[in-house]
Design a protein around this ligand. Sequence first.
Ligand SMILES: C[S@@+](CC[C@H](N)C(=O)[O-])C[C@H]1O[C@@H](n2cnc3c(N)ncnc32)[C@H](O)[C@@H]1O
Length: 379
Amino acid sequence: MAGIYIHIPYCRKVCYYCDFHFTASFRDVDPVISAIIKELEERKHYLKGDKIDTIYFGGGTPSAVDFVNIKAILEKIYGEFTIAENPEITLEANPDDLHPSYFKNIKSIGINRLSIGVQSFIERDLKWMNRRHSAEKSADSVKFAYDNGFTNINIDLIYGIPGMSNEEWKFNLDKFFELEIPHLSAYHLTIEPKTVFGVQKKKGKLTEIEEEASVTQFEILLEETAKRGYQHYEISNFAKEEYFSKHNLGYWKNHLYLGAGPSAHSFDGTSRRWNTKLHKVYIEKAGTGAGYFEEEVLTKEEQFNDYILTNLRTMWGINLNTIKLQFGESYALETTKTADKYKEYLAFGPDIIKLNNKGKFIADRIASEFFTDVNEESE
Ligand SMILES: C[S@@+](CC[C@H](N)C(=O)[O-])C[C@H]1O[C@@H](n2cnc3c(N)ncnc32)[C@H](O)[C@@H]1O
């Protein structure tokens, strides 16, 4: 089982919170897409012949570029890799791009899952974040997707926005339930230094919400989604049973993945690699085998920490047997000791350690308590 991630680094408008790699200039779309195709050709053996179960077009905004580009990349993937029978093929989309002819086009090339960047159903918040769509379009895009035969749909929502009341957060969630969307990615707003919000914060023009208000909104999220039968299967992800994102599960379960495109990350089981963000370098070097990425072989300690970080965030938790087999007895013993120390934040099953609701509020902190020192000698 393996996945392919394609980074399409273009957006029509700059969202004030966003720190992902993208550009609002479309000048170099053609050469970047050609370079992605060259990279796929060059790296056809990266996944060691594993079957591809999932393909994910992320960004940036993949729906912002002409669909023929997505088509050309998919054709290349089908030409060079072994694809499983019913692969999950996701496309991230902006509500504004989702009109009838677009659905027809992406359906014809095999896209079967949509991840729509709704962010909010409230006009004021969309404007504040500099989103390009209206609140009406947020809802309509989902309805249009259904009308055009897409059922496997995710929307992204952001909470913890300054000025957003608990009632407004509930309103957004109610809208999500009303539209009967099977998957939700809900992110607390983070203020990243190199964004417009980051600059505003530095100048004292933006104040983040109080910790207590953040916790309350997270509680509302957990309560409301549970009431409606959504599984909280990863810290930021909620879905009906049949609709978990297979692609993201691959990341969290440490499956191999190949990431192509500027800034994309890859993992081959033992090493990680990440591509340059610089389009000029990427265009020139992709396909030549070197000069456009960095690579790092993970030590056993780093692999262990990755295992903890990714798995503890899921509803399946970490498994002591897996730790024993993969990393050794001493790692399992240390994990048990740490679990005992932090048991008020954890839930336990046979050989399983998971976060309880209290632990979910501080997931990354608890995960770091389980980490092993990367500079220590491995056994
Ligand atoms: C790579 S973005 C792609 C979204 C898509 N391009 C769109 O038009 O919205 C993935 C998601 O991460 C979330 N996100 C990105 N930056 C964030 C931040 N600073 N705080 C909270 N959520 C963020 C947003 O919900 C966003 O939809």
